[in-house]
Write a protein that binds this ligand. Structure first.
Ligand SMILES: NC(=O)C1=CN([C@@H]2O[C@H](COP(=O)(O)OP(=O)(O)OC[C@H]3O[C@@H](n4cnc5c(N)ncnc54)[C@H](OP(=O)(O)O)[C@@H]3O)[C@@H](O)[C@H]2O)C=CC1
Ligand SMILES: O=C(O)[C@@H]1CCC=N1
Length: 276
């Protein structure tokens, strides 16, 4: 199987490296294309895949094409790709909000998987949600799942609406965690800690809490109760957050990302029925 990654930025590069290192493909069958010469040089330096400077030297030879450019570049790229694609090829898009229907129409093909990964894919701890058009067979979907799983874990969802929703939770989610970490770092610095110590206090607290969360089926609320002693320090902090409606505000932020994914979809085209 020949796989082509289009776009060698944060996510495209991450996928290309993860796929290359997984030994899922035979040597020489992983290709990457980026339009910038500077990026091509950077990609060549990694020596893990075949770097292309032109679409016509790689696109026709690909069985699976992973599209990893920004949504704003989607229509220009697809117009360029259209004369070179064929019906047997399978297209996997990780572009936020760009619908399956838009990709089918843009490329004039039928086999599309729409996926939403997240940045921890960089360290093999990614969370990717995906859904596919009806033309994608179970066998093809299983092969795509194996590709996606080289960057972490994945979940096959039954609708594009769920992909938009998962964008608001896991796709954009790492940034919310970093937001919270930054706020705690800011507080630590104000309390007089040096940057290095603030980083250690915050980073290890997050790492430990996540490890505990993943170690059992307990809810975050149940874990909060284990930290908070009656009349103690944690209760004071949690009461302050409740008084300031922090839970509702975080939920509203996740919905804002969900709505933005829907908006991006409306800007680029309509929705269509999909199967899980
Ligand atoms: N970053 C994240 O956490 C996540 C991102 N995504 C999605 O992943 C996609 C990529 O994001 P990200 O990797 O952060 O973006 P980047 O901007 O880092 O990478 C995109 C790359 O594609 C290149 N490019 C643009 N147009 C073309 C073209 N026509 N042909 C070939 N290459 C092209 C860009 O070059 P140049 O810089 O010169 O424009 C850039 O190198 C987006 O659609 C985003 O929605 C999904 C989940 C998480
Ligand atoms: O912010 C974005 O649009 C992309 C999609 C999810 C994470 N980054």
């Amino acid at each position: 199987m020949n796989v082509l990654v289009i776009g060698g930025g944060n996510m495209g590069m991450t996928y290309a490296e993860a796929i290359a290192k997984s030994n899922f493909l035979t040597s020489g069958s992983l290709m990457i294309f980026d339009k910038s010469e500077e990026k091509q040089a950077e990609l060549r330096a990694s020596n893990l895949f075949v770097v292309h400077a032109q679409l016509n030297t790689c696109l026709p030879a690909a069985d699976v094409v992973l599209i990893a450019v920004k949504p704003i570049h989607a229509s220009g790229l697809m117009a360029e790709m259209k004369p070179m694609v064929s019906a047997g090829q399978l297209f996997v898009s990780i572009m936020a909000g760009v619908t399956i229907d838009t990709i089918k129409q843009g490329l004039g093909i039928g086999k599309v998987v729409r996926a939403m990964p997240n940045l921890p894919a960089l360290v093999g701890l990614g969370m990717t949600s995906f859904t596919a058009s009806e033309q994608v067979s179970r066998l093809e979907l299983a092969a795509v799942e194996r590709l996606l799983d080289t960057t972490g874990r994945s979940i096959n969802l039954s609708s594009e609406s769920e992909i938009d929703a998962s964008t608001g939770i896991s796709g954009s989610g790492p940034a919310y965690i970093f937001y919270f970490m930054q706020a705690l770092m800011d507080a630590a610095l104000k309390m007089g800690f040096h940057e290095e110590n603030a980083r250690l206090l915050v980073g290890q607290t997050f790492a430990g809490a996540v490890e505990l969360f993943n170690s059992s089926d307990l809810s975050p609320e149940a874990w909060m109760a284990k930290v908070a002693s009656k009349g103690g320090t944690t209760r004071a902090a949690l009461d302050s957050m409740d008084d300031n409606n922090v839970n509702a505000l975080i939920q509203e932020a996740a919905y804002a990302a969900f709505r933005r994914a829907e908006e991006l979809g409306k800007q680029t085209g309509g929705k269509e029925a999909v199967h899980a």
